[in-house]
Design a protein around this ligand. Structure first.
Ligand code: ADP
Ligand code: MG
Length: 493
């Protein structure tokens, strides 16, 4: 069973308490295809009152609904059903994802497979959550219960829309939480299509609610709401800081996956072809709109000149094109706002460094937010283009002298999400692994991500981890239970 995405302008409502509802203000906002700049949908813009309804629904489902009575096995089954729906409809979802966020269709297909795998993983993990019995003295019994944290507000970005929704919803459902998901206002469509299957999969009303709207209104209202126990956020460091400040008033639990300026380090003894590919893949995949992008390419001086040349030659072959063309390797950026932001960094880069390739809008594209893959070289690590997250197809190539120099430059950043090292010397590779201050390190590759392995950052890249058992842990509380076994344990007065 599969269907294709409707190409006409479709109107979407909010999904609150198992119902599709219009905004209390009647407002909608337009959603675009970034390759044509055409409006492809209108979506209900959740007001503060709508956010309140969604939180009340989640609260009711958590505090008194049937959800707390479900077994972990039941919750696992819900997740398996959702995974099945994703797999059955993956062609439609991949097409809609590409049309809405601009990424090449082949990449969206990989994303949809990862979405289904994420639901399956947490479906399997749901009934493996256990407490432990603790070695207190013999006259007592002490153990822990693992309980859901409660109502989770989940705010996600536009670069991997449905995958980020899966990373948030799947562990929360497994844990027994209730959720209010707020997709990015640029890319709400796949999450809204997904909402159509929630009831059929067995979720009672209110367990998962999906609202949309500007971050400063609907996102901020969710973060400030006293009925929300936890905020899980993926997005910019700037908004992460706003969220932490706002969440302080109600002392919510907060997990943050923020930006990065990840070093991708190339030693002279690396496998040449793999390394050149790795440098490009690290920073140009998904148009560079990746939090773990290897946007700082650190290259050992011995191979520096040749490496920049080889990167440049291969970058010429990157095919820019419409997201739905199967041979497209790079689509448009997600929005006008992002296009303008990246363009301003391109102008800055031309002043701060030398340009090997790119630096503007590609020729032959009348419409769409396309940007050329761009390589700046002879970049100093103090330059803004090597310190600030650009979130576009922009590489800053930085030369380094030796291993110590590479480590120093790699760690000289406020961020710490990821890093990669390319070398055939295993001693050097593992020294680098231990020296880099980042949450994810790749050796002789960059970007592969598996649901079984933790994802998250050091330093200003955030706190908390997603995926694997770590991701589930963030949705659990620990209750300590002490059972006295003595007849008269106190005997004090
Ligand atoms: P970008 O600027 O690249 O779009 P953001 O960090 O602003 O990245 O957006 C990521 C998510 O955060 C989106 O869902 C957005 O709506 C939301 N958001 C933006 N501002 C706020 C805010 N002040 N409070 C809560 N959520 C916000
Ligand atoms: Mg923003």
């Amino acid at each position: 069973m599969s269907s294709t995405a409707n190409v006409s302008v479709k109107t979407y409502k909010s999904y609150i308490n198992g119902q599709w509802v219009s905004s209390s203000t009647g407002e909608t906002f337009p959603v675009y295809d970034p390759s044509t700049e055409a409006v492809i949908a209108q979506v209900a813009s959740a007001s503060v009152a709508d956010v309140d309804s969604a939180v009340k629904a989640a609260r009711a489902a958590f505090d008194s609904g049937p959800w707390p009575q479900t077994t972990a096995q039941d919750r696992g089954r819900v997740l398996f059903k959702l995974a099945e729906k994703i797999r059955q409809n993956s062609a439609m979802l991949a097409e809609l994802e590409s049309r809405n966020c601009g990424k090449p269709i082949v990449e969206s297909e990989f994303d949809m497979a990862d979405v289904a795998t994420c639901f399956e993983y947490y479906g399997g993990l749901a009934n493996k959550v256990t407490g432990s019995v603790l070695p207190v003295p013999a006259n007592a019994l002490s153990f822990t219960l693992r309980e859901p944290v409660g109502v989770a507000g989940q705010i996600i970005p536009w670069n991997f829309p449905l995958l980020m929704a899966a990373w948030k919803l799947a562990p929360a459902i497994a844990a027994g939480c209730c959720c209010i998901l707020k997709p990015a206002e640029q890319t709400p469509l796949t999450a809204l299509e997904f909402a159509n299957w929630l009831e059929e999969a067995g979720l009672p009303p209110g367990v998962v609610n999906i609202i949309n709207g500007p971050g400063e209104i609907s996102g901020a209202a969710l973060v400030a709401h006293p009925g929300v126990d936890k905020i899980a956020f993926t997005g910019s460091a700037a908004v992460g800081k706003i969220i932490v400040r706002s969440a302080a008033d109600t002392l919510k639990r907060v997990t943050l996956e923020l930006g990065g300026k990840s070093p991708n380090i190339f030693f002279a003894d690396a496998d040449w072809e793999a390394a050149v590919d790795g440098a490009l893949f690290g920073v140009f995949i998904n148009q560079g709109e990746v939090c773990s992008a290897g946007s700082r390419v650190l290259v050992e001086k011995k191979i520096y000149g040749k490496f920049v040349e080889a990167m440049t030659e291969k970058a010429k072959r990157i095919k820019l094109g419409p997201p739905l063309d199967r041979d497209t390797k790079m689509g448009p950026l997600v929005s006008k706002e992002q296009y303008d932001r990246v363009s301003s960094y391109l102008e800055l880069g031309k002043k701060e460094a030398k340009t090997a390739i790119g630096g503007g809008r590609p020729k032959g594209f009348g419409k769409g937010f396309y940007v050329e893959p761009t390589i700046f070289y002879d970049v100093d690590n103090t330059a803004r283009i090597s310190r600030e997250e650009i979130f576009g197809p922009v590489a800053s190539v930085i030369p380094f002298e030796n291993e110590a120099d590479a480590i120093k430059i790699a760690n000289d950043t406020p961020y710490g999400l990821a890093g990669a090292v390319w070398t055939r010397d295993i001693f050097k590779a593992f020294r680098l692994v231990k020296s880099m201050r980042a949450g994810i390190i790749w050796v002789n590759h960059m970007q592969p991500t598996y649901v079984e392995a933790p994802w998250g950052g050091y330093k200003q890249s955030g706190f908390g981890r997603e995926l694997g058992p770590w991701g589930l842990e963030e949705y659990l509380e620990t209750k300590q239970v002490f059972v006295n076994l003595d007849e008269n344990p106190i005997g004090w007065y």
